[in-house]
Ligand binder design. Structure first.
Ligand SMILES: O=C(O)CCC(=O)C(=O)O
Ligand SMILES: [Fe+2]
Length: 304
């Protein structure tokens, strides 16, 4: 997996902090904040925040953000296969506002109905519903794609680490390209057949969907692959014989995922952003010391 690391310059750090303060000042105005976010099912054509109403920001800060945007755009938007992009030195005084600013460099911040706030906190609240790993507990969260039970998964996910765990809690990433190249042909064929993805316990409104784990598509003129995966939210369908083939394929897939996973300990003020259909993510179990682990997560919808 390609990893692109950046460190914000002091100038970029200061510009983001300034802009975040401006957002913080207008945050009380729900109407303005809601213009920064699309809600599932609605079509609001808003592009990047500093282009929505650049006049609320200082022109010099807009210019710095434009520079940063073009510096990151090559990796975030145009490189293929998509790299994992890690950006250090993000200011944290107003992390939600910073996340809006950063997230919008990668896509539209998208709020999914019943899936928490547009910029949601990831922290251990001891939520052990079904003993399932989730953003609100501290269980080991195996590699997955977010909202796999949703027909229209977020194209990208962004995560800003505010307080890293002192014990455990490292992030895990894995590119589907590393995995697919190591699999047998039969397994790739099996995983391209429909599997049943079940909605989590907090979404009784959602019916299961039958979707393939691997979807072959095109990125421009090049063949591309998309992934959908959530180990504890899947059911085998088809004849007994087909189910046996799928079971064997899943075993090979999981072995390959484990072999290609990369563990990354995100530091305080580090922003990770990745393509949710090409890069799987997860986290190690963690323990809470005096300062609880806290991250912010955003789902992004790309134009492409
Ligand atoms: O806690 C983390 O680092 C990631 C959590 C996560 O992947 C999720 O809530 O979907
Ligand atoms: Fe996730």
């Amino acid at each position: 997996m390609e990893i692109r690391r950046y460190k914000l310059s002091q100038k970029e750090h200061a510009a983001i902090a300034n802009m975040a303060r401006t957002i913080g000042a207008i945050e009380a105005d729900k109407e303005i904040i809601s213009n920064f976010v699309t809600v599932e099912g609605s079509r609001r054509d808003v592009t990047r925040l500093h282009y929505v109403n650049p006049r609320v920001f200082k022109p010099e800060d807009n210019a710095v953000m434009d520079g940063l945007q073009s510096r990151l755009a090559k990796s975030i938007l145009w490189e293929h296969p998509r790299p994992l992009v890690l950006v250090e030195n993000v200011p944290l005084e107003l992390p939600v506002a910073c996340m809006i600013l950063l997230g919008q460099m990668h896509g539209m911040v998208q709020q999914y109905n019943l899936e928490g706030a547009a910029i949601d906190s990831v922290m251990d609240c001891g939520n052990m519903e079904d003993c399932r790993p989730r953003s609100s507990n501290r269980l080991r969260f195996p590699l997955h794609t977010d909202l796999s039970f949703s027909e229209k998964m977020p194209s990208s996910v962004s995560f800003l680490m505010v307080n890293p765990a002192t014990i455990g809690g490292a992030s895990i990433f894995c590119s589907i390209y590393d995995v697919v190249n190591s699999l047998s042909r039969e397994t790739v064929v099996s995983l391209s057949k429909p599997f049943r993805f079940l909605a989590p316990p907090h979404r009784p409104d959602k019916r299961p969907i039958d979707m393939p784990i691997f979807e072959f598509t095109w990125h421009g003129k090049r063949p591309a692959i998309l992934v959908r995966w959530r180990e504890d939210g899947i059911e085998l369908t088809g004849s007994a014989c087909e189910q046996d083939a799928k079971r064997a394929a899943l075993a090979e897939f999981k072995t390959s995922l484990a072999r290609h996973a990369v563990s990354i300990r995100l530091g305080r003020g580090e922003w990770a952003t990745w393509d949710n259909r090409e890069i799987l993510h997860g986290r190690e179990e963690f323990a809470n010391a005096d300062k609880p682990r806290l991250g912010l997560r955003a789902y992004l919808l790309n134009a492409a």
